[in-house]
Design a binder for this molecule. Structure first.
Ligand code: APR
Ligand code: ZN
Length: 367
């Protein structure tokens, strides 16, 4: 039986989302209907709304979410009605070479980037026709229909607001440290940009035992948050501040690891200057489509520095989501403190305005 759901819809024009009803069809074979419990408001949603990335429209936004399985389609065996699940915005096809190699984050068979289910359609519509779920999840909606491989079961005692964050920012940030960079204990690290994802990088560095952990942001409020999560030093970026010199002072010549977590070409270009010889720079923030960066390649080569890309924290959702949930439940990841605002779906546009102004740590829509 199809149902309606209130959802935050991007029509491809303007920078505000429309809060309106969409129709949600029953889950097909291999699909799962999820009643959403919470959806985080992430920087990647803003990239779409602000026209930096282009997608089919109309789109139900949101890709950082968790909920409860309401129903399953034919053939689904991984989850059952009543299960708590975190949604993965990059569903693995489970058939390509990357999936076979255990690298779900590099899957080439997924259609999540096209906002399509594996059969090339969606289960959402309105009176004008097809509606697309952002990254095949579309979590800013009361209901979502996702492929079985995008719904990862987690313990039911995990609160929904916290669970939603594991669906993107936490996995992206902690995974960049533990899966991509594999930071060893005692290494020095700098994090440029301390929004929800950057603060998750700080948490990951604390877990890894990095020292010192230097947080850089333009906002003093974000730097205070970074200190509360375990950053040992902070540097406020802005006109007249030489961030590279400050980092060199604090680390005795440059950091072993540097993470860019904003998605700005200008800050990505500064990564090599923050690093010690043989240091590793990690690109976590996602820039606008087509962006190109200029770096001093001779210096990079001579100093033996490495730049690596990090997408979704190099995560295998079926493995990493339950692990991160377990760390939270064991008191090792202070995820509650990351949530600065719990909001209703109708308040999502205010949350994006606050994100553009840099004034909130993380807003989470609670359904
Ligand atoms: N120097 C330092 N910090 C900056 C600068 C700058 N020039 N410009 C912006 N910032 C800070 C902001 O103050 C903010 O704290 O960068 C942070 C960006 O955080 P959010 O906008 O909250 O974004 P977030 O959700 O954390 O995502 C960051 O990661 O996964 C990607 O697509 C996502 O590209 C996005 C990035
Ligand atoms: Zn995200």
């Amino acid at each position: 039986m199809a149902r309606t759901a209130m959802a935050a819809v991007h029509d491809g024009r303007g920078t505000t989302l429309d809060i309106r009803e969409v129709w949600v069809a029953d889950p097909g074979p291999g699909e799962v209907l999820v009643r959403m419990g919470a959806s985080g408001v992430c920087g990647s949603d803003r990239h779409v709304i602000d026209g930096e990335w282009h997608l089919p429209t109309p789109t139900v936004l949101g890709h950082e979410g968790a909920g409860t399985v309401e129903a399953v389609g034919p053939g689904v065996t991984d989850v059952a009605p009543g299960d708590s699940v975190i949604l993965s915005w990059y569903y693995p096809c489970r058939r390509c070479r990357a999936c076979a190699a255990g690298k779900a984050w590099a899957c080439t068979g997924t259609r999540s980037g096209e906002c399509l289910l594996p059969d090339g359609t969606t289960r959402l519509s309105d009176e004008r026709g097809v509606v697309y779920p952002y990254l095949a999840v579309g979590t800013m909606s009361e209901y979502a229909v996702v492929p079985e491989s995008a719904a990862v079961r987690v313990p039911s005692e995990l609160p929904m607001d916290v669970a939603s964050l594991i669906g993107c920012s936490i996995t992206t940030g902690v995974g960049a440290v533990t899966n991509n960079a594999r930071v060893p204990a005692g290494a020095s690290a700098v994090v440029v940009g301390c929004g929800g994802v950057g603060l998750a990088v700080v948490m990951g560095l604390v877990l890894a035992g990095a020292h010192p952990i230097i947080a850089v942001d333009t906002s003093e409020e974000k730097l205070a948050a970074a200190r509360s999560f375990g950053a040992t030093h902070t540097v406020q970026a802005g006109p007249g501040t030489d961030v590279a010199a400050a980092v060199a002072d604090l680390t005795g010549g440059g950091a072993d690891y540097a993470f860019e977590v904003i998605g700005r070409v200008e800050t990505i270009e500064t990564l090599p200057s923050l690093l010690a010889t043989a240091g590793v720079g990690v690109l976590v923030g996602l820039p606008p489509e087509g962006a190109r960066a200029g770096i001093d390649v001779l210096e990079l080569a001579e100093a033996g520095k490495t730049l690596i890309g990090s997408n979704y924290g190099g995560a295998v959702p079926g493995l990493d989501f339950p692990r991160l949930a377990g760390l939270y439940l064991a008191g090792r990841l202070p995820l509650d403190s990351l949530i600065s605002h719990r909001i209703r779906l109708e308040e999502v546009n205010e949350a994006f305005a606050a994100m553009r102004a840099g004034t909130r740590t993380r807003s989470v829509i609670v359904f």
